[in-house]
Design a binder for this molecule. Structure first.
Ligand code: ADP
Ligand code: MG
Ligand code: MG
Length: 884
């Protein structure tokens, strides 16, 4: 076993061990592409280092051996005075974390070797520029000195030259800057800059290891759900120099447009530049097409390599490259991040190009991306005032108050305001603000700038490089070319699909994809890409998808969106509004006659509710859950009513009605309504209530059958823990069914089942199945009951600590806790089917629309998931992806 591997020893499938960057450098090396030689220290070494707080045994020797081989190959020794080998030390985790971790270039330069580099290259300016870059990067990332100190000194140097272009600094200026930077290092660390090249190398490697655990890296991982325990690899690579004059440069490119997915040349190039210059927005870059005019040969070589990489990876790649005096070098590639619309377009284009099949195409997109495409867009026909146009870096329509720093973005977002973060350019410290904002607007940088890459990764709307805006973060404002000023708190709208920036709030309209799902005929290539992928997913999936809906309108929409029935029709809301008083009367009734009156008044209203839903879902199953409210929702608040009655009595005008009501409210008051008289318990306590609901359902079904329709009601009893509870209620329902069918002379196709939402029910599912025609797992309640915490309270109270400690990486209310709650789902299904082999089993609740959870439900063999109408297409797609 070893901790270090030469680039020629690895391949792209070893991302676990070599990190993404290392694995792909190895792959490119073995493809024979021009990659500067080097080697990779594994993630295993990083994990050992982080655990033990020091280099693992043997690492230093292995690095020495590989460094020796590299020196041999290059014919130079690291940092040698007369003719130094220089290397870069580059982080690279399994999952790309753009800009989150550290990279140091030009390791090996010191006071002596800088002279050697100057002599060898015959270019004093270049040598000094490289040295000042080393000092700057090493100072900031390895020694932890605030980068501002270096940036200010650089600005000062430019100012005294009367320029804002770093290229105007000559060798002399740069030598001065080197001296200043060395002073900054000594001042802040109490030690001179380390002159020993090997010490530089070792310190840089450790800094990369340590960068795994910075706050911003942790935050990024939480956002992106990247596990905490992977660690990063470190790549040590011979330097090539893009800062060698105007026939050198550095660039980034995509093999297709990462924003739209269309073919073409997409990238940025910067002459006489090194490393991050191109994405940092220090000077304005040129497009790849213009790069072709600057250096035709390197450009054509790059194009040929990009084509080759795309065929090899069979996917869109992004690339970092450097040109040193007319020779092209490849420094990085990986399968590129892309917007949701690009993902769909690229997937079907690649099918048409014969690179992949449709199965693969479905796997290349995700439900989360589809959900993004269903977001609204700015209304084309609305009035709007264009302020500027930048690059369409990450799609969507964002409206919010302009803010100019992360702290404000976070603070305002926390108090519930929508904000748009406006910056000249962003850097990794802006991440918190980017997370909090609806959208991000920058005045510098291209589609490959930090802002663009990170925004796309998070699915945030982003417009970048709006160069006509003059952003002044200190004054908290930006000026528009025609003189208008937008200040902190002013509302702006940004369109990440077109790159436009508007004053004020522009109204938004439905997305094309939603209109397509609604059944409108739309001639658009993105729509056809989505519909081809959806058709293939539908053809492949086993799991059926239903919707949670309790109105006829939602039911009709869900059906248009592809729902195969209703998995959860809640009936609580049908008792609110005007009907609340009837329910109140029912609950506080002191005699049967009053109760019956109230029920009789409710019956026709309920019947009408169901009639319309059956019509919308003709021929498809409709699961109706009998009422499951915490009782207090129907009664006046105890405290308020007490005060009211007390005041009335003081004035001597107490009403009898309020007094009686207060007695009942007191009697029925519960300390913990979620564990109180709800669900089946209420049904047993007030038998007429479930009976009335069953009658309304079955009469509506009978009427609709008589009218030639095909209703398929499934009556569902909530909160059952014991088979006896179910039997009691079911007896009543079957009695009603006999009556209704006899009265109307029709046979009804209906069933009676239960929710499984209490641990006891999951545990006794084999018994319960004896009395149930179907199960539906209510995973919201099941999660509350399994963890013993109330979802209305805990998320705000302590979840953030739970995230910090890695107890969850996602809220169990958002994505199913597969081990615990999922274990109960699996057990309940198995036990239920042991009693009744073709028991129909589904799930309703938030988890039915969550991609990870859907894959789990598919794997444990449920028949269907049910989710909100808007999530139905997402669930269809994920159910397809689950089997492919
Ligand atoms: P990140 O992961 O943040 O992109 P990288 O390790 O890719 O960091 O380094 C950033 C940039 O530094 C690269 O895109 C490249 O331009 C430059 N760089 C890294 N290694 C070398 C090298 N050996 N020679 C020249 N430039 C390099
Ligand atoms: Mg890189
Ligand atoms: Mg429930």
């Amino acid at each position: 076993m070893g901790f270090v591997f030469d680039f020629s020893a690895g391949n792209k499938d070893q991302r676990d061990l070599l990190g993404g960057k290392g694995a792909n450098l190895a792959e490119m090396t073995n493809l024979g592409l021009p990659v500067p030689p080097g080697f990779t220290i594994t993630t295993e070494a990083c994990r050992a280092y982080l655990q033990d707080g020091g280099d693992p045994d043997g690492l230093a020797e292995e690095v020495s051996a590989h460094l020796g081989a590299l020196e041999e190959k290059m014919g130079r020794r690291l940092g040698e005075a007369a003719d130094p080998l220089l290397v870069s030390v580059r982080s690279g985790a399994k999952f790309s974390m753009p800009g989150m971790m550290e990279t140091v270039l030009n390791i090996g330069l010191n006071d002596e070797s800088v002279a050697g580099l100057a002599a060898q290259s015959d270019d004093e300016r270049f040598a000094q520029d490289s040295y000042r870059r080393l000092l700057q990067m090493f100072g900031a990332t390895v020694l932890g000195i605030d980068g501002e100190h270096f940036a200010e000194a650089l600005d000062d140097a430019k100012r005294s030259r009367g320029t804002d272009n770093d290229l105007d600094l000559d060798a002399e200026d740069l030598r001065g800057l080197v001296a200043t930077f060395k002073k900054i290092v000594e001042e802040h660390t109490g030690r001179p800059f380390p002159q020993d090249p090997r010490e530089q190398l070792d310190l840089a490697v450790r800094a990369v290891f340590d960068s795994w655990n910075t706050d911003r890296a942790r935050l990024y991982r939480r956002q992106e759900r990247i596990p905490e325990d992977l660690g990063t690899a470190v790549n040590i690579q011979a330097m090539v120099f893009g800062n060698f004059g105007m026939d050198s440069g550095s660039g980034v490119a995509f093999t297709r447009d990462p924003a739209s997915g269309n073919q073409g040349e997409y990238g940025d190039y910067l002459q006489n530049a090194q490393g991050e210059d191109v994405v940092a927005g220090i000077r304005n870059t040129v497009s790849l097409a213009d790069f072709g005019d600057v250096d035709r040969k390197s450009h054509d070589d790059l194009m040929a390599i990009m084509t080759r990489l795309e065929r090899h990876y069979r996917d869109m790649c992004d690339i970092e490259f450097t040109v040193e005096r007319g020779k092209l070098w490849m420094l990085q590639t990986r399968v590129g991040k892309r917007t949701p619309e690009a993902a769909f377009r690229i997937a079907v284009h690649m099918v048409d190009e014969g690179l992949i099949g449709l199965d693969e195409a479905v796997l290349r997109v995700s439900g989360a991306q589809l959900a993004q495409l269903m977001f609204p867009r700015f209304d084309e026909s609305a009035e709007r005032t264009l302020l500027a146009k930048g690059m369409n870096a990450s799609p969507g329509a964002a409206v919010g108050k302009a803010v100019f720093d992360s702290d404000t973005a976070v603070a305002w977002a926390e108090r519930g305001e929508d904000v748009v973060l406006v910056r000249k350019e962003t850097n990794p410290d802006d991440l918190r603000g980017m997370v909090a904002a609806q959208g991000i607007l920058t005045s510098r940088g291209g589609k490959t700038s930090h802002a663009a890459v990170v925004a796309r990764g998070m699915g945030r709307t982003c417009v970048c490089g709006a160069e006509s805006l003059d952003v002044d973060a200190r004054a908290k404002e930006f000026r528009v070319r025609d003189g208008e000023t937008v200040r902190e708190g002013d509302v702006i709208s940004i369109d990440g699909t077109t790159g436009e920036v508007f004053a004020g709030a522009v109204p938004v309209s439905a997305s094309l994809i939603v209109r397509h799902f609604e059944g409108e005929k739309i001639d658009d290539d993105l729509v056809s890409a989505v519909s081809r992928i959806m058709a293939h997913a539908d053809g492949a999936r086993r799991l059926r998808v239903r919707a949670n809906s309790d109105t006829p309108e939602d039911s009709a929409r869900a059906r248009r969106f592809g729902a195969q029935g209703i998995g959860l029709c809640r009936t609580e809301h049908m008792f609110l509004g005007d009907r609340r008083e009837l329910v109140e009367r029912l609950i506080v009734a002191e005699d049967e006659a009053t109760q019956e009156q109230a029920l009789a008044a409710l019956l026709p209203l309920q019947r009408q509710d169901f009639a319309e839903i059956f019509e919308a879902m003709d021929g498809l199953p409709v699961t109706i859950r009998l009422i499951d409210p915490p009782l207090h929702e129907f009664l006046p608040d105890l405290t308020e009513l007490s005060v009211k009655v007390a005041l009335e009595e003081e004035r001597g005008e107490g009403s009898e009605r309020d007094r009686v009501l207060l007695q009942h409210v007191r009697r029925l008051h519960e300390q913990n309504p979620m564990l109180g008289l709800r669900g089946v318990r209420l049904g047993i306590q007030i038998p007429g209530l479930f009976e009335m609901q069953a009658r309304a359902i079955l009469e509506a079904a009978a009427d609709y059958t008589a009218a030639g329709g095909r209703p398929l009601p499934e009556i569902m009893i909530p909160l059952v823990a014991s088979v006896r509870e179910l039997d009691v209620v079911k007896g009543t329902i079957l009695g009603v069914a006999e009556e209704v069918q006899a009265d109307r002379g029709v046979r009804l196709d209906f069933s009676v089942g239960t929710m499984i939402e209490l641990p006891r029910a999951a545990f006794l599912a084999d018994r319960i199945a004896g009395s149930a025609d179907f199960f539906s797992f209510g995973t919201n309640d099941l999660t509350q009951m399994a963890w013993g915490f109330s979802r209305d309270d805990v998320e705000a109270a302590f979840f953030s600590r739970y995230f910090d400690h890695g107890i969850f990486d996602v809220s169990p209310f958002e994505s199913l806790d597969q081990l615990g709650v999922g274990g109960m789902v699996e057990m309940g299904t198995t036990k239920g089917r042991a009693t009744k082999p073709n028991l129909k089993v589904g799930v309703c609740g938030e988890h039915g629309g969550d991609p990870r959870s859907i894959h789990f439900f598919d794997d444990v063999g449920l028949d269907y998931v049910s989710c909100s109408p808007f999530r139905v297409p997402v669930a269809r797609l994920e159910a397809g992806r689950s089997v492919l």
